[in-house]
Design a protein around this ligand. Structure first.
Ligand SMILES: Nc1ncnc2c1ncn2[C@@H]1O[C@H](COP(=O)(O)OP(=O)(O)OP(=O)(O)O)[C@@H](O)[C@H]1O
Ligand SMILES: O=P(O)(O)OC[C@H]1O[C@](O)(CO)[C@@H](O)[C@@H]1O
Ligand SMILES: [Mg+2]
Length: 329
């Protein structure tokens, strides 16, 4: 089979996510299998600008599937947002003979890839890697499952001490603009209340009443999950104190949620997506993103993908409210 590309680069960009290494491994090994050379671009788009490029082979990707983080490092590159930065990146591609780039990251990474392709004509394919699961074209982003389980593990531990002290815990989980992680984790830990940025918050209805309902049901410790995008979890705790007289403890889970060995699901999704990404470039396709939609691995035009909007899982939200004692509307 004739490949449309001879040598490609793979990079990781934006916030890291467990499974990025599995994705890199899959891209490198699929490329090798197809007779395409694959180089590693380090430090996100900055590596394209500065020529921070390393060879990748079978040995270098050995064992990578189980490792958290990203062996290629990641970065948020301000320079790549400028035309001049992307011109420098194109010069690097020319020098190294890179005729395609696979970028693993979030929506910002997709935007960068698209701008690069439009401006400089380099073939690009994006892969969804972010713990936020906030990319609309795909039901699933690499890293989400591991992050949910990491958060859950910490929350279960917190629950033990909250139970002993009969306290209320306010836990902030990541999600800059999105509540997917908070909703999923909140349901899975059996939270008393969950606050997400996608839904307007009525504090009395969404927090105070569920705490009261739990107390009336005999419970003496409470778990309130707050998505980062909602605002300060310390403010939420202060409002709970005022409204109920409880003395909540706040835990911001933070970057611990981005680490750790990827779950089986993240390894598998990363592996399939990496394989598909290389095949797209080999077929001469560009400006595409790979995705998992309705149980199938598919791909979309990046422009189309970025124009899509991802709502919260309404069914999950309905079930959560039913189980936390919020009155039906
Ligand atoms: N409009 C744009 N034009 C060019 N490059 C962009 C653009 N938007 C984002 N980028 C590049 O993509 C990088 C990553 O974007 P961003 O920081 O938004 O993270 P992300 O990929 O969305 O991941 P996450 O949100 O999960 O951390 C940016 O640092 C920048 O280099
Ligand atoms: O690592 P940084 O730059 O602090 O970014 C944190 C952000 O990255 C994410 O982990 C992934 O987008 C968000 O949930 C979070 O708000
Ligand atoms: Mg993003």
């Amino acid at each position: 089979m004739h490949n449309a590309v001879k040598r490609i680069g793979v990079l990781t960009s934006g916030g890291d996510a467990p499974g990025m290494n599995a994705a890199i491994r899959s891209v490198v090994r699929t490329a090798m299998h197809m007779g395409i050379e694959c180089l590693g671009v380090r430090r996100g788009f900055n590596g394209l600008i500065t020529g921070d490029i390393i060879p990748m082979d079978f040995v270098q990707t050995s064992g990578l599937i189980a490792h958290g983080g990203t062996t290629l490092f990641t970065a948020r590159s301000e320079e790549f947002r400028t035309e001049e930065g992307r011109r420098k990146a194109a010069a690097t591609c020319k020098l190294f003979g890179l005729d395609g780039i696979v970028g693993i990251g979030g929506d910002g990474t997709y935007r960068g890839l698209m701008e690069f392709c439009n401006q400089e004509g380099v073939a690009v394919v994006g892969m969804p890697g972010t713990i936020d699961n906030d990319i609309a074209c795909t039901d699933y982003t690499i890293g989400y499952d591991t992050a949910c389980n990491t958060a859950l593990d910490s929350i279960d531990k917190l629950k033990d001490t909250m139970q002993s002290h009969e306290r209320c815990s306010v836990v902030e989980v990541m999600g800059r603009h999105a509540g997917h992680l908070a909703l999923y984790v909140g349901m899975a830990c059996g939270a008393t209340a969950v606050l997400i940025p996608e839904k307007e918050i009525d504090f009395e209805r969404d927090v105070v009443e569920p705490i009261r309902a739990a107390r009336l049901g005999g419970r003496t410790h409470f778990m309130v999950i707050v998505a980062e995008g909602v605002g300060s979890s310390y403010d939420v705790a202060a409002k709970i104190r005022d409204a109920t007289g409880l003395d909540p403890r706040v835990t911001v889970l933070g970057h611990v949620q981005r680490g750790g060995s990827p779950s089986a699901r993240d390894r598998m999704v990363a592996t399939y997506m990496g394989y598909n990404a290389v095949h797209l470039l080999a077929q001469g396709k560009s400006n595409r993103v790979v995705a998992y939609k309705d149980g199938e691995y598919v791909d979309f035009d990046i422009n189309e993908a970025l124009a899509m909007r991802k709502g919260i899982d309404e069914n999950a939200y309905r079930v959560l409210r039913a189980l936390t004692g919020v009155a039906a509307e």
